[in-house]
Design a protein around this ligand. Structure first.
Ligand SMILES: Cc1cc2nc3c(=O)[nH]c(=O)nc-3n(C[C@H](O)[C@H](O)[C@H](O)COP(=O)(O)O)c2cc1C
Length: 177
């Protein structure tokens, strides 16, 4: 069975990551959740830890258990890095090599296949800055799945931007393994 690092960003869709973690764990995979600081406003480490059966990595300050920093050790163990939901901010950090938090740092260390599942407001997604960042990630070999072409977003807008459904996330991760 595989080691999956599940990155979670500050999006209203973050609650769906709990279901992703649960399904992959029940399928026998080792799932390590890594949350951005903003993601913690949407989901709790307690939920993710219970469902993934592993401590959740949320900040550099917690990286005191081992001489190897957790974000480096995890990246080296990962068979796949999946980021769901991926926010516009984190996508921008990835594209530009910025590493202000554990997830963005781990991205730079990671050499395993990287799956990115964006979720954001339609205008944010369509903005040339986001589109350019997405192109950069695609050229780098990252796999980008979604967002959904249409649907009602949490912000009340109808259009492209919704996170793809949990089943699609799980099946794409399985395929990448
Ligand atoms: C209620 C709420 C919902 C949000 N949903 C999203 C979202 O779906 N996608 C997104 O890119 N940003 C969203 N944001 C903005 C992000 O939280 C913000 O850009 C943040 O800096 C992202 O940080 P992170 O990428 O480090 O997680 C939302 C903000 C709020 C208050």
């Amino acid at each position: 069975m595989a080691t999956i690092v599940l990155g979670i960003c500050g999006s209203i869709a973050a609650y769906k990551a709990a279901d992703v973690a649960s399904r992959l764990t029940k399928a026998g995979h080792e799932v390590y959740c890594v949350c951005t600081p903003t993601a913690l406003r949407f989901v709790t480490p307690l939920t993710l830890m219970t469902l993934s059966r592993h401590p959740v990595v949320t900040s550099f300050e917690e990286e005191t258990n081992d001489w190897t920093p957790t974000h480096i050790a995890l990246a080296q163990r990962a068979d796949v890095l999946a980021v769901a939901p991926a926010s516009a901010h984190t996508i921008a950090c990835f594209a530009h090599g910025l590493a202000p938090n554990v997830l963005t740092s781990l991205y730079l260390v990671n050499r395993a296949p990287t799956l990115i599942f964006p979720a954001m407001n339609t205008q944010m997604w369509n903005h040339p800055a986001t589109q350019q960042n997405v192109q950069t990630l695609l050229q780098r070999g990252n796999i980008i799945i979604g967002p959904e072409e249409d649907g009602e977003l949490a912000c009340g807008v109808c259009g492209k931007g919704r996170l793809v459904d949990v089943e699609t996330i799980v099946s794409n991760i399985r395929q990448a393994l």
